[in-house]
Design a protein around this ligand. Structure first.
Ligand SMILES: [Fe+2]
Ligand SMILES: [Fe+2]
Length: 420
């Protein structure tokens, strides 16, 4: 038996074969049909599409044979890939290369073999399309041409397979890239949202320092607003936004001079008015102020609105709404616009209750906190006058949560509705 030498371009030939990614793949119809066609065209029992690998030949398609591969040493096809055209062995028993080949002297007792090399567009013989019969026979010139033609059809199939595989890979790549892009966009969006919220937090801090030196009033109002909003049935996102925006309710105080804003006498009068249960708390404080101071204090809503007005980010628009309307009163006697009822945005009506409750129930340098029952009585005095009854009801309904929040903020624990 003569073992076929390896071609001079063996390593490139193997690379070309492997590029098709056909080895050890399941049967495919295109190849099977060509094999069936060859079997009936040439009237042979066995037809193979053989891919000649390093040390074996593996059959991508076959008919009339059970084996799926043989060793390269015994393969007739190992000789065919050395040729540029069809190799015919009319009777293997009389051919010096094959007469003692195990496939000739034993199963399946090959006698006739005709193989056409599978020549890739790059010129590499990666395997064969071969016909096998178990009786000696010949192959006409015409049949050799037909076999060559069919072999080129097999190569076309391999090319199709390759391109389909490439297309699939390309598609997967596109999907992967678009997934990565989506992730990138989501990350950037999160960054932008986070940055915006951080800017709001910085602004809120400025408001905190202007209002009281601990900053806790702003944090408490924020938490109360979130809780009341939730009690009123608003979605979690709206509650969160309202709580953050409420931190800026008094941002306009940035524009009020210290000698007016921090005048203890004014605040005392203000608290006094609250304690007496005056419905019109605004006038109680304002009546005792110099005209100039009055207009300055009442202007903090407009100043706040002016600071926030230019933003078109929804959170800033909400903050502007709250800054502008948190001193409006349900009966229309508030400031700065004298809005009444539902003409006052819900955010302003909620903040009004939260703001007044906190002013009453907190210690200030010039006064002690009023007992909660007293604060509630004062708020109830303002029912329908200063405060929206529905908001007041919601406030009462979530009072326990509000008092808990107050304790936690005092202990320095971050509230869910005033988180950074
Ligand atoms: Fe205010
Ligand atoms: Fe306030």
């Amino acid at each position: 038996m003569e073992i076929a030498p390896k071609p001079a371009n063996e390593s490139q030939r193997l690379a070309a074969l492997r590029r098709y990614q056909l080895l050890d793949t399941p049967p495919s119809r295109g190849f099977d049909e060509l094999v069936g066609l060859a079997s009936s065209m040439f009237d042979v029992p066995t037809v193979l599409v053989s891919l000649v690998e390093d040390d074996r030949q593996w059959f991508k398609a076959k008919c009339g044979l059970d084996a799926c591969e043989t060793s390269r040493d015994v393969a007739f096809c190992s000789h065919t890939i050395l040729e540029s055209g069809v190799m015919v062995v009319e009777d293997a028993t009389t051919d010096h290369r094959f007469f003692d080949n195990p496939l000739v002297v034993g199963e399946p007792f090959i006698r006739f073999y005709a193989g056409a090399p599978l020549i890739t567009p790059g010129g590499f013989n990666i395997g064969t399309l071969c016909l096998i019969a178990y009786e000696p026979r010949g192959l006409s010139k015409r049949d050799r041409e037909l076999l060559t033609l069919l072999a080129s059809q097999v190569v076309d199939q391999a090319e199709l397979h390759l391109h389909a595989h490439d297309a699939e890979k390309y598609y997967e790549q596109v999907i992967r890239h678009s997934g990565m892009l989506e992730q990138e966009v989501a990350e950037r969006t999160r960054d932008v949202v986070k940055t915006r919220e951080q800017v709001i937090q910085c602004l809120a801090k400025a408001a905190e320092y202007r209002d009281d030196d601990t900053g806790k009033h702003v944090r408490r109002v924020s938490a109360y607003v979130g809780l009341i909003a939730r009690q009123l049935g608003l979605h979690d996102e709206q509650c969160q936004a309202m709580a953050v925006a409420a931190k800026l309710h008094d941002i306009g105080k940035i524009g009020i001079p210290d000698n007016v804003l921090l005048k203890p006498g004014l605040l005392t009068v203000h608290e006094y008015g609250l304690m007496k249960g005056h419905v019109d708390l605004g006038s109680a404080i304002l009546a005792n102020m110099a005209d100039n101071d009055q207009s300055l204090i009442t202007r903090h809503c407009e100043i706040g609105s002016g600071i926030l007005r230019d933003g078109d980010y929804p959170l800033l628009r909400l903050a502007e709404e709250i800054a502008r309307t948190h001193h409006e009163k349900f009966d229309g006697s508030g400031y700065p616009q004298g809005l009444a009822g539902e003409a006052i945005p819900l955010s302003g009506r909620i903040t009004a209750v939260a703001d007044v409750f906190d002013a009453l129930s907190s210690d200030r340098p010039y006064k002690a906190a009023l007992p909660v029952e007293h604060c509630l009585a004062i708020l109830d005095e303002g029912r329908g006058g200063h405060f929206d009854p529905a908001v007041l009801d919601a406030f009462h309904a979530c009072l326990e949560g509000i008092l808990d929040a107050r304790v936690r903020i005092e202990q320095g624990i971050t509230e869910p509705y005033c988180a950074a």
